[in-house]
Design a protein. Sequence first.
Length: 336
Amino acid sequence: MVRGSVTIRDVARHAGVSISTASRALGGGSASAKTRTKVQQAATALHFVPNTAAQQLITGRSNVVAIMITETPDFMFQDAFISSITSQLMNSFTKANLFPFLVLIAPNDAEGFARLLHNSRADGMVVVSFHYSEQFATVIEQFGRPTVFVGKPPLDMDYPYVDPDQLQGGRMAGQVLTARGRRHIAIIEGPTDMHSPHERNDRTTGCVRALHDAGLSPIATIPGPYTMRHGIEAAHEVLTEHPEVDGFFAHSDQIAAGVLHLLHQHDRHVPRDISVVGFDNFQVAGLVSPPLTTIVQPLNQLAEAATEMLCARLEQGQWPYRRKIFPVHLVERDSV
């Protein structure tokens, strides 16, 4: 049979199902796993090339999934977390026969976000690295289609989400610092606008609890962007105001790299004088000197779970679960 002449009717006949069932199975509509596998095998055997426009007419779906990121382009392509999780999500959705559409919007451009989201005709959305604002929250609500967050959404936004165990990660950081005898510990946080006002970051909460268990409190808590520059500036502030500092917990490896750079400039030896713990376990953690002790995030599992949740909601009309929290673990290197 000539490849271009194969139709959905041929696939349906080969699989032993109706044409509508074959269309739903190939187009991401409702179908059992067994039927979907049978139809996909038939399509592969016949070298079937689907007609996307026809599928949209039958299923009423575009099979487009928006991936929303509220960051500036220069930060997105430099930040290891965003670039890595975006790549994982795009691969995961592509394997699920969905078309990922990247919606990259500056944190102050809610109007542009609403316009792009409308024009995308997306069936659903994944939100990554969300910077909270009432305007963005309103746009997502008005979108009115299945939406899942990577990372816990702000408290007043009730959406399903996947997340690493941020509390446990912060607790592990605090525990390893206190276990090394550190008593004057500073926490260098990420941005405060990634959660609702007056809502404490879970990484900070976990670390503070671990310090409390050891009879301690942080000597400083300084928020800012997930950048090396923030780590440098925050570490300088801590050294100036708290020269007794002997431990840092940085909310990202990029921040921690800035801390290490500043400490080296001030002749503070790591780990003899000061211990440093990061969060992420990206490539930079193994390249800095000394190599960084850090918390590992399971990015592949986060992306696969977000895809599974959204696909189930689109195909079955309900979420398989409202949240999924993945364990983290500590990688000990030479910075503690």
